[in-house]
Design a protein around this ligand. Structure first.
Ligand SMILES: [Zn+2]
Length: 431
């Protein structure tokens, strides 16, 4: 029998009271959640498992059936003052509404992220985001303000303009995706703007797996000569993870979220050291609730505390990948992020492209096309991938500058297999 997977929180009773208040309120007036939670009163956090998990597809289908905002709204429309939307990778856009109270809650959660990264009143935070309708941009801006920092939005600028702005104001902290942090440093080197990197002492990353991967993390720190921090969140849930400055990775903010880690197929809790999907319940978000929400994020389950004994469940690798990114190749779980980690351990690696393919009647294969300054590095990369993933991977060395450069979320994976089985086996993992 597996031990209960819901984390112990510092103050169990208040969390339970707040959750029961939330369930009572949504039972009264939220048509989407009422069907899921009606009448349930929790006597312990483990009772949460009596509610069926919900995922993004269900929210999207609800918004399609009840356009444009769906039924996951606890209050009359006029209570909502913030409208954001996701850029769904599947092409479906999820709309997210927040009340003034919920927005204050977002701000408080992002406050905890910036505070854990050591950002404070003497800092100037530069946010290298486009500042479109995606919630992350605006919530990060709020959170940096909540710790007393000054901040500047670098929307509507190209990389050179961003570097010039960072230099002009001597920004001390940079917020962006991990791949953009690396790209911006490279642009600085190519355009003679390396002095723009000097004032930045902290890089706060989110938006894609990577910042917790040791190789990516150390490359960002080396390029910028700054500390790199990771954090985690989702539009439909909230900013649930804050960085661990000592041990790396992220902590679940268990003051505001209940986290479970389950096998995505069986939904049974996974054990210490296994990987599974993160299910999150937002305790303080009432207007657009997230109750047992399947994040699609794959994390490692660790029962023990981080090296610094911080509160909140520790996710040592941060977000390892997405359940829908992960593929099974010849029985092994493979994440693009695990392959990226190995590549980044080698010097002078340019862009790369991962292709999953199979020949008729043959087994699944992985091909990695990678820009190499020294083509003979290919063998060493292949050997290390074999050790790390337990897989033979075909390496195709390319001249630098052949593959397109990604400035936003990395799009570097192609799957041409006829059948694409997707399964997460909790007992084996890559990376
Ligand atoms: Zn920690």
């Amino acid at each position: 029998m597996t031990a209960p997977n819901v984390s112990a929180v510092e103050q169990q009773a208040p969390v339970l009271d707040r959750l029961n208040d939330l369930l009572a309120e949504v039972s009264r007036s939220n048509a989407f959640q009422r069907e899921r939670v009606d009448g349930l009163v929790l006597t312990s956090l483990n009772d949460l498992s009596r509610i069926r998990p919900v995922d993004k597809d269900q929210l999207l289908r609800d918004q399609l059936a009840y356009p444009p905002f769906g039924r996951n709204l606890t209050y009359p429309r006029e209570r909502y003052v913030h409208l954001h939307q996701t850029s769904g990778t599947s092409g479906s856009t999820l709309r997210v509404l927040d009340t003034e109270e919920d927005w204050a809650w977002w701000r408080a959660c992002l406050h905890d992220v910036f505070a854990a990264a050591g950002v404070g009143q003497t800092d100037l935070v530069a946010l290298a985001y486009s500042f479109g309708p995606y919630i992350q941009f605006w919530a990060s801006y709020e959170g940096a303000g909540a710790v007393g920092a000054n901040r500047i939005a670098l929307g509507g600028m190209d990389s050179v303009q961003r570097l010039q702005t960072i230099r002009e104001y001597s920004a001390t902290s940079l917020v962006c995706t991990p791949s953009y942090a690396m790209r911006l440093a490279k642009v600085a080197n190519q355009t003679g703007l390396t002095d723009a990197l000097c004032s930045v002492t902290r890089i706060i990353c989110t938006g894609e797996p990577g910042a917790s991967l040791p190789a990516v993390h150390s490359q960002i720190e080396q390029l910028w000569q700054a500390q790199c921090f990771d954090h985690a969140g989702l539009s439909e849930v909230g900013a649930f993870g804050y960085p661990c400055a000592q041990g790396g990775g992220v902590h679940v903010n268990e003051r505001e979220f209940v986290a479970e880690i389950v096998d995505p197929e069986s939904e049974a809790p996974v054990g210490d050291g296994e990987v599974g999907e993160l299910i999150v319940t937002a305790i303080g978000r009432k207007g657009f609730p997230a109750i047992r929400y399947r994040t699609g994020d794959v994390v490692e389950c660790r029962d023990g505390p981080c090296p610094a004994q911080h509160p909140g469940r520790w996710l040592p690798g941060g977000i390892l990948g997405r359940t829908d990114d992960m593929v099974v190749i010849r029985g092994m779980n493979v994440f693009p992020s695990a392959i990226e980690q190995v590549l980044r351990e080698f010097d002078e690696i340019g862009e790369f492209k991962i292709t999953y393919y199979n020949e008729p009647t043959a087994m699944d294969e992985v091909k990695v096309e990678v820009e190499l300054a020294q083509p003979n590095q290919g063998r060493a990369i292949q050997a290390r991938l074999r050790t790390r993933l337990g897989l033979r991977v075909r390496i195709v060395p390319l001249q630098p500058g052949i593959l397109p450069t990604d400035s936003g979320k990395a799009r570097r994976v192609i799957d041409t297999r006829q059948t694409q089985p997707r399964r997460l086996s909790p007992d084996r993992r890559s990376g």
